[in-house]
Design a protein around this ligand. Structure first.
Ligand code: GLU
Length: 453
């Protein structure tokens, strides 16, 4: 039997990490079995469904690299749904229910002027039996459907409710494994009754535990439930997000944490998905992102960084190349680059040195202007001997280090670093010098010397 799974989101809002983890598990499972993975947009709620949300779902799956083999829109299948509604009524499994009579029969006094809901709906004739199914994650589940009564399956002959539409579409698409959030577990007995009434083979179910925020409450707008595309905007590597999502509720049998999607597909098993809720921790996601940033080639790094670096840097490729290792060390997301180049950012000095107080040039343990001046003059002479091409951080360090060691590292390097950057915080003086280049370094040191005179 070929395996077919699906992701069946409702485009009624932006979907978050929890939704995409469900999509990921369904994707992984189908790929493990050379099966197919279908995207079905469940947009039958016309009032709440929006094109913008549907577009965001497609955009998100593309960004995450979760390719689907086919896409369907539930609203395109209204005719099919209507046929099945008719079939269920004709075969006696469902009936048109007069809701007013029904309520009156239940002892309610109905005022026809105050209508509550529709006069007629389609109800399923509940056989009132025990439904048992073997959930691939939660094991055997038993449910007495009597308490559901004759539940509503359509609002009219061509308006199925979720329970009926989902069953018809899953059956017609040949979905073999329904992998979805645990919040749907209580819907499953209804769905199984409908499968039986329609004569469809019943699929296997796997209900995956919900994602919780770090305080174990449900993910919400304020607690971690960001649209997944927000992570792209903040400069996350999609493979890092995928890696982390896969480990929410599942982990390989050894203690590896960094896993590519093919590696996950190889090792994943639904049976090893935990039953309890999984904690979604933004800090841990940042850790994964740092790990993935560290692994990127310089070319990949540049591509990700492109939209976040300041305008002027786009035309300074040599300078940017020198910056890559510095940035790699400092960022958790590519979005962090922006802060580094802000007016008060650690790397602001590269493009422009802002004015600073001459007192800043004095090393706190030896605040003597004449000493600072002398060391700056010496440093300048040493750096003059390097050519522009050899002006790397390593070369600058080798050139200055013996002098700094002989005369006190703080005494020599503090004024130099401030002279080069004009900032309280910045990279070390060697890196800073190499980032701004030989000429600019010498110029800035000369300015500092003047300030101290
Ligand atoms: N459209 C449903 C939802 O977004 C999914 C139904 C299902 O996966 O069976 O919750």
């Amino acid at each position: 039997m070929s395996i077919i799974t699906r992701f069946a989101p409702s485009p009624t809002g932006y979907l978050h990490a929890g939704n995409y983890r469900t999509a990921l598990f369904a994707y992984i499972f189908s790929h493990q079995h050379d099966g197919a993975f279908i995207l079905r947009i469940e947009d039958t709620d016309k009032e709440r469904s929006k094109k913008e949300y549907e577009d965001n779902i497609i955009d998100s799956l593309n960004w995450l690299g979760l390719k689907y083999d086919k896409m369907e829109r539930q609203s395109d299948r209204a005719d099919v749904h209507a046929q099945y509604i008719k079939k269920l009524i004709d075969s006696g499994y469902a009936y048109i229910s007069n809701e007013i009579e029904r309520r009156e029969a239940a002892g309610e006094v109905v005022d026809p002027a105050k209508k509550a809901g529709r006069d007629t709906v389609i109800r399923f004739k509940n056989p009132n039996k025990k439904v048992i199914f073997e959930d691939l994650i939660r094991g055997r589940i038993e449910f007495d459907t009597t308490e559901l009564g004759d539940f509503v399956i359509a609002r009219s002959l061509n308006e199925p409710v979720f329970h009926l539409a989902v069953v018809i579409d899953d059956a017609e698409e040949g979905i073999t494994h329904i992998i979805r959030g645990e919040d749907h577990i209580s819907n499953t007995p209804r769905h199984i009754l409908l499968y039986e009434a329609l004569g469809f083979p019943i699929p296997r179910y796997a209900h995956i535990p919900l994602l919780l925020s770090t305080d174990r409450s449900k993910l919400s707008k304020r607690k971690g439930a960001l649209p997944i595309t927000e992570y792209r905007q903040r400069g996350y590597v999609p493979q890092a997000v995928i890696n982390y999502l896969a480990l929410l509720g599942w982990h390989p049998s050894d203690d590896r944490e960094i896993l590519t999607l093919p590696e996950i597909i190889k090792d994943f098993s639904l049976e090893r998905v935990q039953k309890s809720g999984a904690i979604f921790d933004e800090e841990k996601l940042l850790w994964f992102n740092r790990e993935y940033i560290a692994k990127l080639s310089d070319e990949e790094f540049s591509t990700y960084a492109e939209t976040f670096i300041p305008e002027w840097l786009h035309t300074h490729s040599e300078q940017f190349k020198k910056l890559i290792p510095v940035l790699r060390e400092k960022i958790s997301t590519f979005g962090d680059i922006q802060k580094l180049f802000d007016v008060n950012g650690e790397l602001a000095f590269i493009h422009n040195i802002s004015s600073y107080d001459s007192n800043m040039l004095l090393w706190k343990k030896n605040p003597d202007p004449s000493i600072a001046k002398k060391h700056l003059e010496e440093s300048s002479t040493i750096l003059t001997n390097l050519t522009q091409t050899e002006f790397t951080a390593d070369a600058v360090k080798s050139a200055l280090w013996p002098y700094a060691e002989a005369n006190g590292k703080g005494d020599v390097l503090w004024p130099l670093r401030v002279a080069l950057t004009g900032q309280e915080r910045s990279p070390d003086p060697f890196t800073s010098a190499s980032l701004i280049g030989r000429e600019e370094s010498l110029l800035r040191i000369a300015t500092a010397i003047k300030k101290l005179s």
